[in-house]
Design a protein around this ligand. Structure first.
Ligand code: UTP
Length: 289
């Protein structure tokens, strides 16, 4: 029997170059989509999938992330005094439950693989989720729940994927599959940004993974890959030689909030999904066209 996936690692220590200068003083994942930070949606997705413990990998100057999930008696007291119960409930919804969140410093942004490796002592010897929080996923059931269900079925590693927009596969990490039937297929490899025309499939790695703990032994080697960074994909490719990896084409849509237009798309899409805002958002958008 496979152990239940209880912990999620959320690496947020990157520099957010693509959304500078905004990300200089506000960590990228605290930028708003409509009225909540990106991270709020990702934590909600994880809780809905049964995650009990969050391990944030943070960098210097990102104390605001820890503060966001902590109580703020001044704000909460003021809302209470003014009788703004609805806003207060929204604010409190995101607070960490006691012991639910750990924050680990990645002392230099040496790559995603290095960031995940920093979580090894907290994760221990059990399968765990990795969530790239700048990827917002609108899905029902939530994307991570779909990934965990696939892991429970296969017992192995799961990489969540999505069809790349026509002609754009060369911009992403693309999976190679043994065969393509249905949504869950055994992987044979991965290629980071394949040259146009050489893509092994049109499915890009979209930011949710379920990994078995043996990945930490491979990350331990600290091998540098593309861009001189310690890449998670290199360790996954190594692990794939001895363990099962399946790609799950999840049902839903990904918004890359680490990118200017992706962040804009997420704001528009999530406003249009909100019953309280949809009409006003649609009028505002139409007026601009
Ligand atoms: P990205 O490359 O998308 O994020 O990494 P970035 O480095 O912040 O963005 P750009 O490319 O400079 O605009 C994917 C995720 O991995 C984290 C990032 O914070 C992001 O959430 N990451 C990346 C780390 O935590 N540490 C690293 O060393 C690298």
């Amino acid at each position: 029997m496979t152990k239940r996936v209880r912990k999620a690692v959320l690496p947020v220590a990157g520099l957010g170059t693509r959304v500078l200068p905004g990300a200089k003083t506000t960590p990228k994942n605290l930028l708003n989509v409509v009225d909540r930070p990106i991270l709020s949606y990702v934590v909600e997705e994880a809780r809905a999938a049964g995650i009990e413990h969050f391990v944030f990998i943070v960098g210097r100057g990102q104390g605001a992330i820890e503060d966001y999930f902590d109580a703020n008696p001044e704000v909460e007291g003021a809302l209470e005094a003014k009788g703004k119960a609805d806003i207060l409930a929204e604010v409190r919804k995101d607070l960490a439950k006691p012991g639910e969140m750990s924050f680990v410093r990645q002392m230099a942004p040496l790559g995603l693989g290095h960031a995940v490796w920093c979580a090894r002592h907290i994760v221990g010897d059990e399968p765990f989720a990795v969530m790239l929080p700048d990827m917002l996923m609108a899905a029902e059931p939530p994307a991570l729940a779909q990934a965990i269900a696939a892991h429970e079925k296969t017992g192995g590693n799961i990489v969540v994927v999505e069809p790349a927009p026509e002609g754009e596969a060369h911009k992403y990490g693309i999976v190679a599959l043994e065969g393509q039937e249905g949504r869950l297929n055994r992987m044979t490899g991965m290629v980071e940004k394949p040259a146009p025309g050489t893509e092994p499939s049109n499915l890009f790695i979209s930011g949710r993974y379920i990994l078995r703990p043996e990945i930490f032994d491979l990350l331990e080697r600290q091998g540098k890959g593309a861009g001189g960074e310690i890449q998670l994909t290199d360790a996954m490719a190594e692990l794939m030689k001895v363990q099962d990896f399946h790609a799950l084409e999840y049902e839903g849509t990904t918004y890359d909030c680490g990118d200017k237009i992706g962040l804009l798309r997420a704001n528009v899409a999530f406003a249009l999904r909100r019953p309280d805002l949809a009409d006003a958002a649609r009028s505002a958008i139409e007026a601009l066209l």
